[in-house]
Design a protein around this ligand. Structure first.
Ligand SMILES: *Cc1c(COP(=O)(O)O)cnc(C)c1O
Length: 233
């Protein structure tokens, strides 16, 4: 068994254990393997070990890997990175999920460019919950306005919220605030039940506060040789 398969097995084992500890049903939490900067062969290793949900941060990289793995038609691709207008077509044609919607302009372009044959693009609104100037995402008080605009686009399906709480703060306040926002959103949009939060170093806190999708990179694929993308801080 290679490293990736073993690390993936451990990640699922830890997830099951934490779900038991917090008295949550395992079935409500999806583990998304974040493969950004890693080669397609690493995705294949995880795929061989049973993983089907993968996330990428850069549109070009998503398209390239998808092409290399074209025969793996049951992979579910999630786009989780910053998205500029000139790259929306790549994402509209290749992802099933986009977690990082923070402007109506981007949502509208994705809707226009989504091929009908692929069905609705599932989207999450990214909230800048720790109010960091350097981070993407909208302010919490803008959530319902953007949600209303997205809900009017028939090619998109609004499925919930995403956040990247500030690194290093070892308190739960941002996660708790996201859980409250999610409940508020669901009062208006009952299908928008997903809450994407939690990364390698903070996923247990996210899980405890209602995360339904955790995005794990490093614990599965190892450290990234950090290759800063053009849109990344
Ligand atoms: C890179 C990235 C992750 C994964 O981070 P790890 O700390 O490696 O688990 C999750 N979410 C987003 C938005 C990312 O950019």
């Amino acid at each position: 068994m290679n490293n990736i398969a073993e690390q993936l097995r451990l990640a699922y084992q830890n997830l099951t254990q934490k779900c038991q500890q917090f008295k949550l049903s395992n079935n409500n939490v999806q583990l998304i393997a974040v493969s950004k900067t890693k080669p397609a062969t690493d995705i294949l290793s995880a795929y061989a070990a049973g993983q089907r949900k993968f996330a990428e941060n850069y549109p070009q990289e998503l398209v390239e890997k998808q092409l290399l793995l074209a025969d793996k038609t049951d992979i579910e691709w999630h786009f989780i990175g910053p998205l500029q207008s000139n790259k929306t077509n790549l994402v509209a044609q290749s992802a099933q999920w986009v977690h990082s919607i923070d402007r109506f302009k981007i949502a509208k372009r994705l809707a226009q460019q989504r091929p009908v044959a692929l069905g609705k693009l599932k989207v999450l609104i990214q909230i800048n919950i720790s109010q960091e100037a350097s981070k993407a995402g909208i302010a919490p008080q803008m959530m319902l306005e953007l949600a209303g605009q997205i809900a009017a686009l028939p090619q998109l399906a609004l499925k919930g919220l995403m956040a990247i709480p500030a690194a290093g703060i070892n308190d739960e306040s941002s996660f708790k605030a996201m859980q409250q926002l999610s409940l508020q959103l669901q009062q208006h949009y009952p299908d928008a039940t997903e809450l994407s939060m939690g990364m390698s170093n903070d996923w247990p806190l996210a899980l405890k506060n209602g995360a339904t999708m955790i995005r794990l990179g490093t614990v599965i694929f190892g450290e990234r040789a950090y290759n800063k993308g053009p849109n990344e801080e």
